[in-house]
Write a protein that binds this ligand. Sequence first.
Ligand SMILES: NC(=O)C1=CN([C@@H]2O[C@H](COP(=O)(O)OP(=O)(O)OC[C@H]3O[C@@H](n4cnc5c(N)ncnc54)[C@H](O)[C@@H]3O)[C@@H](O)[C@H]2O)C=CC1
Ligand SMILES: O=C([O-])CC(=O)C(=O)O
Length: 270
Amino acid sequence: MKNTLKVGIAGFGTIGQVVGQALDDGMEGLELTAITSGNLDKAKQNLKSFKKTVTVVAAQDLANIVDVVVECAPTSAFMSVAEPTLKQGKILVTVSGAAILQNPNIVDVAKNSGGQIILATGALLGLDAVRAAAESTIHSVTMVTRKPPTSLTKAKYIVENNIDISNLTEPLQVFKGSAREGAEKFPSNVNVAAALGLAGVGADKTQLEIWADPTKTRNTHYINVDADSASFALTIENVPTIENPGTGRITALSVITALRSITTPLRVGS
Ligand SMILES: NC(=O)C1=CN([C@@H]2O[C@H](COP(=O)(O)OP(=O)(O)OC[C@H]3O[C@@H](n4cnc5c(N)ncnc54)[C@H](O)[C@@H]3O)[C@@H](O)[C@H]2O)C=CC1
Ligand SMILES: O=C([O-])CC(=O)C(=O)O
């Protein structure tokens, strides 16, 4: 029997707390032992209902005491979590596709130390098919994201440019361009577009539109892929979380399945 892997969570917010709860409830071969977050006192409070003892540590100490780090912190904190984890040859499970695009050298850090970055599918679907198609020739990948305005009000580009989306009566296109540019302007909102780019033809060739859409109640992504092996269209309508409407409920669940994949004897899907 394999040893139980010690798991640490960096970022104990909307995603981190759901993942933490699942670990506390019990996941085969995985044990939550430590967390770090932006506010350590608040994190301690939020851990009070957990059955098992979890240590709260400063960000720089987390990688020293666990085997796997789940990174679900703001994009700006990504490197401070990812670098020490990967330098020690450990596993990083993350949803920060936008941060990987901004810091592509992190892949070399993993390569040189024998660590691994697992970018979970997050709020998206179909990355298995996109990766399979990328083994041959993909002609084009396009993605259209439509979110209720409340899911975009905290977005970096919307805030920095004082774009008022509070009283929209019809959909407003707030971005059109490459997934790379979109992930730079909306780092907490289209990590999924970054992941799609990394899975397929690259973030520069992946085309993205973002709409603030008052007719939507869900964070909706439409994807079209045209390849020599298959053409496919994918749609996902994510229920926004109450805590952070920009984050769909499925995101944390995707992280949980990514974690289970590390230890499960039967892994379904590539
Ligand atoms: N790939 C995907 O499908 C998705 C990715 N995301 C990404 O996940 C991130 C987290 O999302 P939520 O949980 O909704 O955000 P959140 O705002 O609810 O939680 C973030 C947590 O990180 C903590 N934090 C702040 N600075 C930190 C630091 N230096 N080190 C460690 N923790 C720190 C905060 O205190 C907070 O508890 C987002 O910023 C976004 O980039 C979010 C939704 C979907
Ligand atoms: O929840 C979503 O629809 C996607 C999201 O926030 C992200 O990609 O960061």
